[in-house]
Design a protein around this ligand. Structure first.
Ligand code: COA
Ligand code: AMP
Length: 644
C-alpha cells in the first residue's frame, strides 16, 4: 500500500518507452502489481493476473477496493478537499456553470449514494443513467460506484427504443435521468422518451429519479407510471443521509457500457473495479502527463467510453481537475468555444475527437479565434475516437504550436491501446499514426489466416492475450458472444475489428474498421441496427447501410434500398419517411440522411451483401470484384448509378 505523500513505485515518469514497454511484457505480474500501488485497496493484491480460466482473464483476483473512495474520499482525507474536482462549464446554460471542490463533490456523491440505498439499491444492482452533460450524470455514476452498484450510462442522443433495449439487457432497478438536454436551437425532452422506453421494456426499473433542469420543462410529477415510481432528484437529496463507500472485489463490475457491434443488438461491455482503477491511474500520469491539481478537459460526453474514462474516473483518480463541458466546438456560440474554455479554466490538456477539430477548422480556417484568448496553459491536444487524418493533424499542430497526439482505443479496452506516451521520455510524432503500443498491449497485424504480415503490410490488428488491466471483463450476460466476437477468430488473440499496419519503426497505423461498424463524428454506430429500421418500412424489400466518407464527420451512413415489386413511391417521400424512422427508433445521433433506391444489391453466391465493395464504389475508390460474386451485372449497374 502506498501511504500519502510517498511517490508510488508505479511512477514510470520520464523513463524510456522501450524500457517500460519491455517490462510490461516481460514481467506483467511485477509491472501491474507496481502500478497497483498507486491505488488504495481495502485488501491489496497479492497477485496481479488470474489466468486459471483462460482465455477469460481476471486482474487482481484476491483484492478489494472502492473506486469512488479512490476518486474522492482519498483526496479529501489527504487535505485536498478544497481543490477543484469538477468544473461544469455550460455553453448552453452559462448561468448554471459551477465548480465543485473535491469536498463538495464527495458530499453530493455520498448523499446521492444514500438516495440510491433508500431506493433499495444494493451492491451488484444495475442503475441506468440517461442524462445530458450535467454534473449530476457524474454524481450518479460515482454514487453507484460508492455502493457497489453497476451503472450503465446511455448516451442522451439515443431514442426510446435504444434505451429500452439497454434496459432489457441490463435489468436495472433504478433509472436516473433529467428533464432534458440542450442542443443548439432546441431542447431534447428526455422524459417522454424515458416513459416510452419503460412502456417498450419487458423489465422496467422500479424507480425513476429525475433531475429537473430549469432550462427544460418536465418533472417527475408529470410522469408517474410505466411500472415505476418517479421521484424528483432534489427532493430526495434534501432528505438523504450520506452513504459510506462499500469495498467490492476488484473483479466485481463497476459498469456496463453498451457499444455497437455488427448486429442491431448492442454489446454490453463489462468493466471491473480493480483493473480499471489501476489502468486509468497509470494512464493519467504516463500517457497524458497529468497529475494532482492539473486541469484536464475531455470534450466528449459521459455516454461514451471516453467520457467514462476521462471526464469522470481517470482525472478524479489522479486528483486532477476535470472540466465537464456542455456545448459544441462550434456554434455555441462560435469556433472560439474551445479556446474560451481553455483560457477560462487554465486547461493543461484537451482531449477531443478529430471531427471536432475539423468543425473548428471549417468555421475558422485561420484560427483567428485563438488570438482572442490566452491559451498559454495548454500543453497538449489529444485526439481519439476516429483516425486523426494527417491534414487535420497538420492544421492543429500549426495553429496550436503544441504536440497534437492521436491515440487509438475502443469502448472494449477502456483506455489507449496505442499512444505517444507524454509522461515517458518523448518520442517523435508521425502524422496519421497513434504511435506505439501502450505498455501491456501486445499489438500485431495478421492476415486472414492469422499469419503475421511484414512491416508496412495491411491486415487485421490483433492484441495478444491477456489484455492488460482495465480492458473488458466480458459482455454482460453473453459470455459466448464475447468469445465469438473477439477471441474465436485468432487463437490467443483479441480481435480489435480494426485494420491497419505497423511500419519499420514499430509505429501503428489504424486505417478503419474491418466490420460493419461505422464511426460518425466520433460516434460508433452499427449499420445493422439502421438496416433493421429501414427494412421495417412497408415499401422496402431489402436494404444495405454502409458508412461512406464525410468531410466533416469522417463517415456518414448511406442507405441503399430495393423496393418491393410493384411498389411505387416518390423517392423524396421515401427518404423523409426513412430518415424520420431512424431518428425515432435510434436517435438523431445516427445522422441518417442519404437514401438511394437501387434495382438490386450486390451479393455473394451465399447471399451476403457486399457492403465493403458498395462503400468503395460510393467513395469512388479502387476495388477488386470479389470472386464469390453472384451477379456482376448488379455491381456494374450500381457503379453506373453512383457515378463511379
Ligand atoms: N442528445 C440529443 N441529441 C444529440 C446529442 C445528445 N447528447 N448529441 C447530438 N445530438 C443530435 C444533434 O443535435 C444533431 O441533431 P440534428 O440532426 O437535429 O441537428 C444530431 O444528433 C447529430 O449530432 P452530431 O453528430 O453531434 O452533429 P452536429 O452537426 O450537431 O455537430 C460536431 C457536429 C462535429 C460539432 C459534433 O459532432 C461534435 O462535437 N463531435 C465531437 C464528437 C465527440 O466528442 N465524440 C465522442 C468520442 S471522443
Ligand atoms: P469506440 O468504441 O466508440 O471508442 O470506437 C472505437 C473505434 O473507433 C475503434 O475500433 C476505431 O475504429 C475507431 N478509433 C478510435 N480511435 C481511433 C484512432 N485514434 N485512430 C483510428 N481509429 C480510431
Amino acid at each position: 500500500m502506498s501511504s500519502p505523500g510517498t511517490p508510488p513505485s508505479s511512477d514510470n515518469h520520464g523513463q524510456s518507452y522501450a524500457e517500460v514497454y519491455r517490462r510490461s511484457t516481460d514481467s506483467p505480474e511485477d509491472f501491474w502489481l507496481a502500478a497497483a500501488e498507486a491505488v488504495e485497496w481495502e485488501t491489496p493484491p497479492a497477485r496481479a493476473l488470474d489466468d486459471s480460466a483462460a482465455p477469460m482473464y481476471r486482474w487482481f483476483p484476491d483484492a478489494s477496493l472502492n473506486t469512488c473512495f479512490n476518486a474522492l474520499d482519498r483526496h479529501v482525507r489527504d487535505g485536498n478537499g478544497d481543490r477543484a474536482a469538477l468544473i461544469y462549464d455550460s455553453a448552453m446554460a452559462p448561468d448554471a456553470s459551477r465548480t465543485y471542490t473535491y469536498a463538495e463533490l464527495l458530499d453530493e456523491v455520498s448523499r446521492f449514494a444514500g438516495v440510491l440505498k433508500d431506493q433499495g439499491v444494493v451492491a451488484g444492482d444495475r442503475v441506468i443513467v440517461y442524462m445530458p452533460m450535467i454534473p449530476e450524470a457524474a454524481i450518479a455514476m460515482l454514487a453507484c460506484a460508492r455502493i457497489g452498484a453497476v451503472h450503465s450510462v446511455v448516451f442522451g442522443g439515443f431514442a426510446a427504443k435504444e434505451l429500452a433495449t439497454r434496459i432489457d439487457d441490463a435489468g436495472p432497478v433504478v433509472l436516473v435521468t433529467a428533464s432534458g438536454g440542450l442542443e443548439p436551437g432546441r431542447t431534447v425532452d428526455y422524459l417522454p422518451m424515458v416513459a416510452k422506453a419503460l412502456e417498450l421494456s419487458g423489465t422496467p426499473p422500479h424507480t425513476v429519479i429525475v433531475k429537473d433542469r430549469a432550462q427544460v420543462p418536465g418533472s417527475a410529477a408529470d410522469y408517474q407510471g410505466g411500472g415505476a415510481a418517479w421521484f424528483d432528484w432534489d427532493t430526495l437529496m434534501a432528505d438523504a443521509s450520506p452513504a459510506e463507500p462499500v469495498p467490492v472485489a476488484a473483479t466485481d463490475p463497476l459498469y456496463i457500457l453498451y457499444t455497437s457491434g455488427t448486429t442491431g443488438k448492442p454489446k454490453g461491455v463489462i468493466r471491473d473495479n480493480g483493473g480499471h482503477a489501476v489502468a486509468l491511474t497509470w494512464s493519467m500520469r504516463n500517457i497524458y502527463d497529468i497529475g494532482p491539481g492539473d486541469v484536464w478537459w475531455t470534450a466528449s460526453d459521459v455516454g461514451w467510453v471516453v467520457g467514462h474514462s476521462y471526464i469522470v474516473y481517470g482525472p478524479l483518480l489522479a486528483g486532477a481537475t476535470s472540466v465537464l463541458y456542455e456545448g459544441k466546438p462550434v456554434g455555441t456560440p462560435d469556433a472560439g468555444a474551445f479556446w474560451r474554455v481553455i483560457s477560462d479554466h487554465g486547461v493543461s490538456a484537451l482531449f477531443t475527437a478529430p471531427t471536432a477539430i475539423r468543425a473548428v477548422r471549417k468555421a475558422d480556417p485561420d484560427a483567428k479565434e485563438i488570438e482572442k484568448y490566452d491559451i498559454s496553459s495548454l500543453k497538449t491536444l489529444f485526439a481519439a475516437g476516429e483516425r486523426l487524418d494527417p491534414d487535420t493533424y497538420a492544421w492543429a499542430t500549426r495553429v496550436l504550436d503544441r504536440p497534437v497526439v492521436d491515440h487509438w482505443w475502443q469502448t472494449e479496452t477502456g483506455w489507449a491501446i496505442c499512444a505517444n506516451l507524454r509522461g515517458l521520455e518523448p518520442m517523435p510524432l508521425k502524422a496519421g499514426s497513434p504511435t506505439v503500443p501502450v505498455p501491456g498491449y501486445r499489438v500485431e497485424v495478421v492476415d486472414a489466416e492469422g499469419n503475421a504480415v511484414p512491416a508496412g503490410a495491411e491486415g487485421n490488428i490483433v492484441i495478444g492475450l491477456p489484455l492488460p488491466p482495465g480492458t473488458l471483463a466480458g459482455l454482460w450476460r453473453d459470455p459466448e458472444r464475447y468469445v465469438r466476437s473477439y477471441l474465436a477468430t485468432f487463437d490467443g488473440y483479441y480481435l480489435t475489428g480494426d485494420s491497419g499496419y505497423i511500419d519499420e519503426d514499430g509505429y501503428v497505423y489504424v486505417l478503419g474498421r474491418s466490420d460493419d461498424v461505422i464511426n460518425v463524428a466520433g460516434h460508433r454506430l452499427s449499420t445493422g441496427s439502421m438496416e433493421a429500421v429501414v427494412a421495417g418500412h412497408p415499401a422496402v424489400a431489402e436494404c444495405a447501410v454502409v458508412g461512406i466518407r464525410d468531410e466533416l464527420k469522417g463517415q456518414r451512413p448511406s442507405g441503399y434500398v430495393v423496393l418491393k415489386a410493384g411498389v411505387e413511391i416518390d423517392p423524396d417521400t421515401l427518404r423523409n419517411e426513412l430518415v424520420a424512422m431512424v431518428r425515432e427508433q435510434i436517435g438523431a445521433v445516427a445522422t441518417f440522411r442519404d437514401v438511394t433506391v437501387v434495382q438490386a444489391l450486390p451479393k455473394t453466391r451465399s447471399g451476403k451483401i457486399l457492403r465493403k465493395t458498395m462503400r468503395q464504389i460510393a467513395d469512388h475508390e479502387e476495388y477488386t470484384v470479389p470472386s464469390t460474386i453472384e451477379d456482376i451485372a448488379v455491381l456494374d449497374a450500381l457503379k453506373k448509378q453512383l457515378g463511379g
